[in-house]
Design a protein around this ligand. Structure first.
Ligand code: ZN
Length: 353
C-alpha cells in the first residue's frame, strides 16, 4: 500500500534521464493513478539497437510521450529489439502490445505472468465478477461492489492490444545491454514476476518488488492457481534478493537506489508491524470481516477511491492469510460472511506474545 509520504515528483523536465554509468535511459511514463509515473528503461544494446523494459500503461498521454521521445532519440522501425516485462500489472504491461505493433518486435515475460494477464484481461474474463463475489463475502458493501466491476473492466482498454508473448524463465540467463543477467523469480507482489541481476555491474532491475518510499502492494486474490499466502512468498523473496550485492537498483516506480538489502529490511519491518497491528485489532473484538479490518487499518476515506480500496482490501486479506497460516487467526462463515478472529486458546508455543 501507498504510505502517506510527501509526493516526490520527477518534474516535467526529467521525462527521460540518463543513468550513469550504465547509459540506460529512465523514462517516466505517466499514470492516471496516485502513483503518477511508472519507470520504463531503454537499454542501449552493443549492436546499436534498443531494448525497452516495462513500457507502461496504454493511455493517450503515454503513447504521445513515447512517440515524441522515441522520435527525439531516433529510435524507429528496426531499432527496437524487444520488450522485456518484469511483471504483468497493467502499469507495466499495458503498452507492450502497442510497442509490438509499432516496432514488430517480440515481447518477453514469464509464462506464469502471461497466464495471469490472460486471466485478468483475456476475452470473456470472469475475474471482475469473481473478485466482486469474493469481496462481497468478505464484507464489502454492495454500493462499493457495484463500482468494482466497471473499475476492473476499465483496465482492459489500457492493456489493449495485447501482445503475442515469448517466454522468459526464472533461473535462466539473458544478454542485455552487453551484460549477462540472471533472471530471478520474485513472487509476492505479482505471481511470475522477475528481477534481473548483473553480477558484473552489481545492478538489479527489480520491477515493483522493492521500491523506495512506497511499499509494493501485496494482494491475496481468489482462484485455484493463485498464491494462497502471497505475503509469505513476498517476505521470502525479499530475503532472497537481500543476498545479492547491489550498487544500482532500478525500480518500477520512484527513484533508482543503491542498497537493496537495506530497503528490503525496512519493508519487512513495515509488514511485521502491520501484522502485529492487525492481530491487535482482532484480539480487541469477537470477530470481524476483512472489510471491517481493512477500514480500521487504512481508513474509511478509501471508499471514495475504488482503485486504492481494492488494493487495501486485497492487502488486508493477504495479511490475514499470513496470520492464519501462522495459527494466529482463523476464519469462519457467519451469516453468509467470512469473519476472522484471533486464535487465543492455550497454545503454549505461542503463549508469550
Ligand atoms: Zn507498478
Amino acid at each position: 500500500m501507498i504510505e502517506r509520504l510527501p509526493e516526490e515528483s520527477p518534474g516535467e523536465a526529467t521525462v527521460v534521464t540518463e543513468l550513469l554509468p550504465s547509459g540506460w535511459l529512465r523514462v517516466c511514463v505517466p499514470l492516471p493513478y496516485s502513483l503518477r509515473f511508472v519507470n520504463s528503461y531503454l537499454v542501449p544494446e552493443p549492436e546499436g539497437d534498443w531494448t525497452v523494459i516495462d513500457p507502461g500503461l496504454n493511455t493517450e498521454e503515454a503513447r504521445a510521450l513515447w512517440l515524441a521521445e522515441l522520435d527525439k532519440l531516433g529510435i524507429r522501425q528496426g531499432a527496437l529489439r524487444r520488450v522485456l516485462l518484469t511483471h504483468q500489472h497493467p502499469d507495466h504491461y499495458g503498452l507492450a502490445g502497442w510497442f509490438q505493433q509499432q516496432f514488430a518486435c517480440p515481447v518477453w515475460m514469464t509464462e506464469k505472468a502471461h497466464r495471469y494477464a490472460k486471466r485478468m484481461w483475456g476475452a470473456g474474463s470472469r475475474f471482475p465478477l469473481e473478485l466482486g463475489d469474493w469481496f462481497g463475502r468478505h464484507g464489502m458493501p454492495a454500493e462499493l461492489l457495484e463500482q468494482l466491476e466497471p473499475h476492473l473492466q476499465s483496465f482492459r482498454e489500457r492493456v489493449e492490444p495485447q501482445p503475442e508473448v515469448s517466454y522468459l524463465t526464472a533461473g535462466s540467463r539473458l544478454e542485455l545491454g552487453g551484460e549477462n543477467w540472471s533472471l530471478i523469480d520474485a513472487p509476492g507482489h505479482a505471481g511470475g514476476a522477475l528481477c534481473f541481476y548483473s553480477e558484473s555491474s552489481r545492478t538489479m532491475v527489480v520491477g515493483d518488488q522493492v521500491l523506495l518510499r512506497i511499499t509494493p502492494n501485496i494482494s491475496l486474490v481468489p482462484g485455484p492457481e493463485e498464491d494462497a499466502n502471497p505475503l509469505h512468498s513476498y517476505l521470502t523473496s525479499l530475503q532472497d534478493l537481500s543476498g545479492y550485492v547491489t550498487e544500482r537498483v532500478y525500480p518500477g516506480h520512484r527513484a533508482p537506489f543503491t542498497d537493496l538489502a537495506r530497503r528490503a529490511r525496512e519493508i519487512t519491518g513495515h509488514h511485521e508491524r502491520r501484522l502485529e497491528h492487525l492481530l491487535g485489532l482482532l484480539r480487541q473484538r469477537e470477530a470481524a470481516t476483512a472489510f471491517e479490518l481493512c477500514e480500521l487499518e487504512f481508513g474509511s476515506h478509501l471508499r471514495r477511491n475504488i482503485h486504492n480500496l481494492r488494493f487495501a482490501m486485497s492487502e488486508t486479506l493477504a495479511h490475514l492469510a499470513y496470520l492464519e497460516n501462522e495459527g494466529k487467526a482463523e476464519q469462519g462463515d457467519e451469516g453468509g460472511f467470512v469473519r476472522f478472529r484471533a486464535v487465543t486458546a492455550g497454545d503454549p508455543e505461542r503463549g508469550g506474545e
